[in-house]
Design a protein around this ligand. Structure first.
Ligand code: HEM
Length: 158
């Protein structure tokens, strides 16, 4: 297998991991949250935080690293519109994802505490989950748009 193909496989696998883990953990976290079962919320939130460290964080690093390597290999100078918009959107996704990671940890800690003390989930937990939900949408839209840009490579100004 050529270096190009190997890098592209890594790049695409990493994209699948980034998108799939984000969507999958969000799905389970959201529907468990909606169930209101404190012990289940605590368990799923703990696993979501773990999945973020095990899968999403490496993918967040591998994605631009393999992308820049592909650029070099293919002779792209970074002036192509699709690449520039993708960079900007990747920053948008990152700017949403970093607070989401913090909010998930907060929600997890508060849910674990509520489960342990057998008390209702506090207001701070619901605030964290509200922002977690709000920030998830632009991150999701940004990653979907990057997928399209990467595949279509539209010519706008370059
Ligand atoms: C953030 C920095 C990124 C850079 C510098 C980058 C760079 C590149 C380059 C140069 C290619 C072209 C490879 C080719 O035409 O053979 C490519 C392909 C691809 N990228 Fe990215 N990428 C980045 C992020 C992403 C993200 C976040 C995703 C999706 C989550 C993604 C998904 C893809 C896919 C699916 C392809 C294959 C497209 C095809 O073969 O038609 N990339 N990337």
């Amino acid at each position: 297998m050529s270096l190009y193909l190997a890098l592209k496989v890594v790049h695409i696998l990493s994209a699948a991991l980034l998108f799939g883990t984000g969507l999958g953990t969000a799905f389970f976290m959201w529907f468990t949250h909606r169930s209101g079962e404190v012990a289940a919320i605590a368990r799923v939130a703990r696993l979501t935080v773990l999945a973020d460290w095990l899968f999403t964080t490496p993918a967040v690093i591998v994605q631009p690293a393999s992308g820049f390597a592909l650029m070099r290999l293919m002779g792209y100078d970074g002036r192509q519109a699709w690449l520039q918009i993708a960079f900007a959107l990747y920053l948008v996704a990152g700017a949403c994802w970093i607070p989401v990671v913090v909010l998930q940890r907060r929600a997890r800690d508060l849910a674990i505490e509520a489960a342990r003390s057998e008390t209702p989930l506090p207001v701070a937990y619901h605030d964290a989950m509200r922002w977690w939900f709000v920030l998830g949408w632009p991150a999701f839209a940004a990653v979907l748009s990057i997928y399209w840009l990467m595949v279509a490579k539209p010519t706008l100004w370059n």
